[in-house]
Design a protein around this ligand. Structure first.
Ligand SMILES: [Fe+2]
Length: 384
């Protein structure tokens, strides 16, 4: 975030927005009496044609006889409807929108969708900070979630800046390569290696510093569209180490694959490592890596203890999100009412609540990134 150097020598002191008007007096009165601006300058005295107004950090130059669109202003207010109307029109035609200065975070209330995408080699569009994005959920679960496969092809510094996001949930999983990042109150910059992930609590200041060649990360957020705000005051790293700091109900989580503990999974034939994001989000979201067990599926299928769900059972969940990204290996997804879907590395799928589904033809090297809301998703075997 730099000032264009082309104008740096000009010594800019102030900026005025020029608004045309036909009659000066009623427009000045409106801005002063209705909106609370201050009249600073009027000229010439005998037949005023220009008025300079200021207020709320902005300057307006009203110009009598000026041509062009009278423009729009957005007034960010504590109580935008306290005056009765949220749209005013000034005598010169300028439209004044009164909007909420702190609008609530809106999570689209849309039903979950079945979505499946595969890695077709298309590196996707160029997004913020020069990264390439592949959209893993093109319908965005109706606007509720975004999942991106982000690629940085070349090694080197990443042109990022300290910023934060207005989100309900956001995590990043490093699928290949490495990336050096720094987070507010979480100590010095560190390297996220392949297999590692972080939970970025709402509002935490952070910055991506540099990456290896061929960096690939999976980023999942809710809601799909959210604000990124540049931070101009806080620099990173911050002097304090506060790993237990709570950001809007969530703690920062850093999960390192090298330290992970693999545990048997309820689904026989798989084991998983939990990332700690369930605890960090107080149960809002769970993130784990699931893989075929070294002993293979066949033995477990025949010897699985009673009460366990065995591969081959159709499962159903009633959660908000069940998302898989295939990190390695292959499987076939059977989902009721759909053709069998072969899944390979880079495939991503969202399975909506209520849809009976099962994985079959699971390769010995299958590894999935699984993201669920809530953290503990109840899976039930479908009765036939
Ligand atoms: Fe970010």
């Amino acid at each position: 975030m730099t000032t264009p150097s082309v104008l740096s020598a000009t010594g800019i002191r102030a900026v005025e927005v020029v608004l045309p008007c036909i009659e000066l007096d009623p427009t000045v009165d409106f801005f002063v009496d209705r909106l609370g601006f201050r009249l600073d300058v009027i000229m010439p005295a005998d037949d005023p044609a220009v008025a300079l107004l200021s207020g709320y950090g902005m300057r307006i130059r009203l110009q009598r006889g000026g041509t062009g669109d009278p423009g729009e202003l957005r007034l960010a207010c504590d109580e935008p409807r306290a005056g009765g109307a949220d749209l005013l029109t000034a005598p010169n035609g300028t439209r004044i929108h009164l909007v909420d200065a702190k609008p609530p975070l809106v999570i689209p209330d849309s039903p979950p969708l079945f979505e499946l995408t595969r890695d077709d080699g298309d590196v996707g569009g160029v997004g913020r900070a020069g990264m390439r994005y592949r959209d893993l959920l093109p319908k965005r679960q109706g606007g509720r979630f975004i999942a991106s496969h982000i690629l940085i092809p070349d090694a080197g510094p990443v042109p990022d800046y300290v910023h934060h996001h207005r989100v309900r949930f956001q995590m990043i999983y490093c699928a290949a390569g490495w990336v050096r990042v720094v987070y507010e109150d979480q100590g010095p910059a560190f390297v996220l290696q392949a297999g590692d992930c972080v939970l970025q609590p709402p509002g935490i200041r952070h910055r991506v510093l540099e990456s290896s060649a061929g960096l690939e990360v999976i980023e999942i957020g809710c809601p799909a569209e959210h604000e990124t705000t540049a931070e101009h005051v806080i620099t990173l790293p911050t002097p304090d180490l506060r790993p237990d700091r709570v950001f809007q109900g969530q703690r920062f989580v850093r999960h390192a694959a090298a330290d992970a503990v693999w545990e048997p999974r309820r689904l026989t034939g798989f084991e998983s490592r939990d990332t700690g994001i369930g605890a960090g989000t107080a149960g809002l979201a769970g993130v784990r890596v699931v893989r075929s067990t070294p002993s293979g599926l066949q033995a477990n299928e025949s010897t699985g203890p009673a009460g366990k769900v065995t591969p081959g059972s159709e499962l159903i969940h009633d959660g908000e999100l069940l998302f898989w990204f295939v990190l390695a290996g292959t499987a076939t997804l059977h989902a009721q009412g759909r053709p069998d879907e072969p899944l390979g590395k880079g495939a991503a799928v969202a399975i909506p609540a209520g849809l009976p589904h099962q994985l079959a033809e699971i390769s010995a090297d299958l590894e999935l990134l699984e993201v669920t809301l809530p953290a503990t998703l109840e899976l039930r075997a479908v009765e036939h």
